[in-house]
Each structure stands twice: as C-alpha cells, then as structure tokens.
Design a protein. Sequence first.
Length: 155
Amino acid sequence: MKTSSFRIVPISTDVADAARRQAEAGATDHVFVRADSPRGYPCRHCLRWAHPGESMVLFPFAAIAPGRPYSESGPIFVHAQPCERYATTHQFPPEFREGRVLRAYNSQHDMIAAEVANGEEPEAVIERFLQKPETAFVHVRSASHGCYTMEVERI
C-alpha cells in the first residue's frame, strides 16, 4: 500500500469541547440542533456524519484566522456529546470522499489552487497540490455549502 505524503487534521478536541461548553452556557452563536437526515450534519471532530436523532452543536468556525484575505467564518457541527477525534490521519475519511472541494494555501494563507474532486480520488488532488512547493496546507470543504470540513497537512 502506498504511503501518503499527508495527514488529515480534524478540529481539535479543545475547539469541540469549547463549542459544547458555549452551547451549554446559552451562547447565541452556539446552538444545539438535532440531525434529521443521514448526510446533513458532519462532525468536524470525529469526521463522521451524525445519525438522525443525534444532537449536534452548530457554531461559527474560522479555519483561517481573521485578518487575512482568505479568512472566513462559517457554520460547522460537532457532536453534542464528546466523540473520539478522527485518528486514522494517514487516510482520507471514507465518509467524505464525495461532494468535497479542496483548496490549497501557501504559508501566507493565500489560496493558490482549488478543485472539486469530481470522480477523482481526493487523495490524487491532495497529492497534486502538495507537489507544488508553495503549498503549505489544504482545506477540504463542502462543494454544495462551502463549509469547512478538515485540514490536510504535508508530512
């Protein structure tokens, strides 16, 4: 089996736990929602789709910190109950192989390439982006809604 040149980086447990605490405290921008479809509520911590009926926290997240041209805050979900952080970081999460756009960024956080993995394996797009020496990291986002899913970094 070919070894990948990247690792998957889900949001940190600290970020997920903070979102849960803020929702519990009643923060207006951190709300509890109940999943009502099998593919509408992706947890950015365990990188799984929530099952219908599961409670999720919906909150704003900036994958690139404010103050940079490509910074944007958007809504993401985490399970309301603690979940195990995605640990198979050498493999692209199987639940997110379709409907994702990949964006490559340089070390100044400027977007330098973007591509929807239409029919192509997302690993092939990531590897192609990482062949460019100026690529510092890659973001994976929803192709339909544009929401952040995960980061990919070179190893």
